[in-house]
Ligand binder design. Structure first.
Ligand code: ZN
Length: 484
């Protein structure tokens, strides 16, 4: 284990995760602030991470016959108001334009907080008969939801996401879609980002405004806080009734379409930063890393550097031929220590150092970012070894994340124990009666909210427990945690 350099001004994650987070997003060059509170610039390195997530997720949608599209960002207020629960849920977060030039608008325009309303008004025109269904569309766009307390990537008033929207002729196909999307998100987090997740159903107070049910991906952060990482909503016929998305079935009867919507945002980058990062900075999972291998030629002013640079170029070319994203750091203005510092901050999974010794011995010195393990490997067949090592790192990150998730999840049998475990920064699994008043009191007293009812807790095994708060009959154990 090597901890060779103290990062300049980087707070230790283990000491203060909030300060560490604020330091790392700036120092690793992920974002910048602007004059507008709650807005941020996504810098190229973070945007590349987002592009890699987009690429994988987009392919999943396309393989299921989704088509991408684009709807306008401005939505008339009158349209937002059409679904009652929807507008009540979103009202405090809406950013509104009420005039153009000097002219006051009779119907103000809202910057989209999500696109159900504007899309489903169009769906009503698109759908006439059952042959027009299903509709499966996806949109990559920006979203506006005013936030008071903001953190880069975690919670900003403008963020990027994809929103999938569907309409089906029946409930069964619609529900299948809701869970299919949720599993795509689970794959993005577990297979690509290397983060172990919980999936389950949100409570009625925590569901999406206007949905029948919301299902979510929940992640336990190292400080025990919950990050809602993506959601999939069973909208049932709630919106199709409000927007008249109807069709004539095979018997010529008018029916309401069954709908679902689902989204994953740039919040996934916050999950990546918080889950894997350490006192030295970011750790990016190999499957999603913009740079998987950084090659540092150790060049010195008073020596012949050509052989070193030649070898570095050969290594770079061979890695690229193997489909590995490599990068040579040829900057000669900074010391080796400085460069190592920078690449550790950026969380590049593997570092290769090439100096005089490596040229002489025809070997490579490689260092893993996740555990600082060093090894010397022969030039012969090195691409395969690097490729294998990237897979090992990917698996190790997920295993470590799984371990943290399990260690941070505890069962409570009574309210006293529940409060203690929440205070000790855990996710807590406990019987809950599913009554809104109970949920509100638990939240007021402990700041913990229901995260979800896990699918494997959902099956009614006939054994009922007692609600942790009121003592009434409770069918299921729910997951609770303090939310980001
Ligand atoms: Zn209760």
């Amino acid at each position: 284990m090597e901890k060779s350099f103290v990062k300049r001004g980087l707070t230790k994650k283990s000491e203060n995760i909030a300060d560490w987070y604020n330091d790392v997003v700036i120092q690793a060059d992920l974002c910048d602030y602007t004059d507008v509170k709650g807005s941020m610039i996504i810098k190229p390195y973070a945007y590349s991470i987002w592009e890699n997530i987009q690429k994988e997720l987009d392919a999943m949608f396309k393989a299921d016959n989704f088509q991408n599209c684009y709807f306008p960002m401005l939505i008339p207020m009158s349209l937002i108001k059409k679904e009652k629960e929807h507008v009540e849920g979103f009202a405090p977060e809406l950013l509104t334009i009420d005039r153009i030039g000097e002219e006051q608008l009779a119907d103000p325009l809202v910057l989209r907080p999500t696109s159900e309303t504007i899309m489903y008004k169009a769906f009503a025109n698109w759908v006439q008969g059952y042959r027009d269904l299903p509709i499966k569309i996806n949109q990559w766009c920006n979203i506006f939801r005013a936030e008071k307390r903001t953190y880069p990537f975690l919670r900003t008033s403008e963020f990027l996401w994809q929103e999938g929207h569907t309409a089906f002729s029946n409930n069964e196909d619609n529900l299948q879609m809701v869970f299919k999307a949720l599993n795509w998100y689970k794959d993005i987090y577990e297979k690509y980002l290397g983060i172990s997740v919980y999936i389950g159903m949100k409570s009625q107070s925590e569901k999406f405004a206007g949905a029948k049910n919301t299902y979510s991906i929940e992640i336990v952060m190292p400080n025990g806080k919950a990050l809602q990482a993506s959601t999939s909503h069973d909208l049932s016929t709630n919106f199709s009734r409000a927007f008249d998305v109807t069709f004539l079935d095979e018997k010529g009867q008018k029916q309401y379409a069954h709908q679902s919507s689902f989204g994953l945002s740039t919040r996934s980058i916050a999950a990546l930063i918080l889950s894997h990062g350490d006192d030295s900075g970011l750790i990016v999972s190999p499957m999603i890393a913009p740079i998987q291998v950084v090659i540092i030629p150790i060049i010195k002013k008073n020596q012949e550097n050509n052989l070193i640079l030649d070898l570095a170029n050969i290594i770079d070319k061979k890695l690229k031929l193997k489909g590995i994203k490599s990068w040579i750091d040829i900057d000669d203005a900074h010391s080796l220590g400085y460069k190592i510092n920078e690449w550790e901050l950026k969380g590049v999974p593997i570092r290769i150092e090439i100096g005089n010794d490596e040229v002489k011995d025809q070997k490579l010195k490689i260092v893993r970012r996740d555990n600082f393990e060093k090894q010397n490997i022969n030039l012969d067949g090195f691409e395969l070894k690097i490729s294998e090592l990237l897979k090992v790192i990917q698996n190790d990150l997920l295993a470590k994340s799984e371990k943290l998730k399990l260690a941070k999840t505890k069962d409570a049998d009574n309210y006293k124990e529940f409060k203690k475990l929440i205070d000790d920064e855990n996710f807590v699994r406990a019987y809950f009666c599913e009554n809104k008043e109970c949920e509100a009191k638990i939240k007021a007293e402990t700041k913990a909210t229901t995260r979800c009812l896990e699918f494997d807790q959902m099956n009614d095994d006939g054994v009922d427990g007692k609600c942790i708060y009121c003592g009434e009959k409770a069918k299921h154990k729910w997951l609770f945690g303090r939310s980001y």
